[in-house]
Design a protein around this ligand. Structure first.
Ligand code: SAM
Ligand code: SF4
Length: 339
């Protein structure tokens, strides 16, 4: 018998949004994510193959009620079979919404093929518009490649292009307004993300974090922000309308802030995560995960895998607990979990 029960947890939340990490490798070394020397990458045989990823995505959609699939990493554009994985997901019924979180290096070349494969949208991470600062932040001189990738995504119709920015005190916190000006000029949707304790070096300190309140304080010095009448639903970003600005399609321009730390949205969280080596994580901050890979390779049926996935999600913690004195950072950094 085929089972069709949703990914529900014991607090009643239902996960419909799947983040799939397709690689733990990256061509940048953003300081809040990866050490300059990189990390010990997952050995090739541990990675799910394209078909294994395709099968698990199919199970999540057909058996578990997932409606939105986002491919991430590491840097997902480094995965050779990405377009094939996207095409497999786009062929599913019901067809999930498909997006990609990327640093956009290589998107210049890949935006067209990915759009053709069925990708709907991209979220590009961009923390600075200054080439030297980009090197300081990401340890590689690649700002031009990222900007070319963003433009290519737009040209390929992967819209609306969303930009994600992490501000760091004394590093790029003076760029809140220039980044919003850049986004408004091009018709991109900008969202600031509070820095979370997910760096490989475990050096995050709450008192260093640029808070959502500070970000808004900076933005409102240059822009009038109005309450957004749109329903927020499970969306992590709180959004504002930017008075006097519109998107290329005539809809009001918005800016968002994801206050994961100062105003956690765990109660509305609708995410489930799959790592590149086939483990389900119920939360970015989980210290436990459930590997599906061994069962998958031992011949488990779709129903067996769906059951294991459901069991993993049932134990999803109520919240990330960053404010709890006993909080421990997950052992895997963001790049290995899939941001
Ligand atoms: N390489 C891709 C990219 O950078 O978009 C996808 C993976 S990256 C881990 C996904 C997102 O996580 C990026 O937007 C990045 O800025 C964010 N991120 C990484 N480490 C973070 C941290 N410690 N706190 C907040 N966001 C973080
Ligand atoms: Fe790479 Fe993305 Fe992490 Fe930066 S945030 S090091 S681009 S995985």
């Amino acid at each position: 018998m085929t089972s069709h029960a949703a990914l529900i947890d014991r607090y009643g939340r239902v996960a419909t949004d799947l983040r799939v990490s397709v690689t733990d490798r990256c061509n940048l070394r953003c300081t809040y994510c990866m050490p300059p020397e990189g990390l010990p990458w997952l050995p090739g045989p541990d990675l799910l193959t394209d078909d294994e990823v395709g099968r698990l995505v199919r199970i999540s959609v057909a058996h578990l009620g997932v409606r939105e699939v986002r491919f991430t990493g590491g840097e997902p554009l480094l995965r050779p079979g990405l377009a094939r994985i996207v095409a497999q997901a786009a062929a599913l019924k019901p067809r999930p919404r498909l997006s990609l979180t990327t640093n956009a290096i290589g998107l210049h070349r890949l935006a067209g093929p990915l759009a053709e494969a069925g990708l709907d949208r991209v979220n590009v991470s961009l923390d600075t518009l200054d080439a030297d600062r980009f090197v300081q932040l990401a340890h590689r001189r690649r700002l031009d490649d990222t900007l070319a990738g963003i433009a290519a995504a737009e040209a390929a119709g992967l819209k609306p292009v969303k930009i994600n920015t992490v501000l760091m005190r004394g590093v790029n916190d003076d760029e809140a307004v220039p980044l919003l000006a850049f986004a408004l000029e091009h018709g991109y949707e900008l969202r600031f993300i509070e820095q979370m304790p997910l760096d490989a070096g475990h050096v995050w300190r709450r008192e260093h974090m640029v808070t959502a309140a500070e970000i808004l304080g900076r933005l409102t010095q240059a822009y009038e922000l109005l309450p957004d009448p749109a329903e927020r639903g499970g969306a992590p970003a709180e959004t504002w309308l930017v008075a006097g600005h519109v998107m290329p399609d005539g809809t009001p321009a918005r800016v968002g802030v994801i206050a994961s730390v100062s105003q956690p949205f765990c109660r509305a969280c609708d995410r489930t995560r799959l790592t590149a080596d086939g483990a389900v994580r119920s939360c970015l901050f989980s210290r436990e995960e459930t590997s599906l890979r061994a069962a998958l390779r031992a011949g488990a049926s779709d129903d067996d895998l769906a059951r294991l996935w459901r069991e993993a999600m049932w134990g999803k913690p109520a919240g990330h607990g960053i404010d709890d004195p006993t909080f421990l950072q997950p052992s895997r950094p963001m790049s290995a979990i899939g941001g």
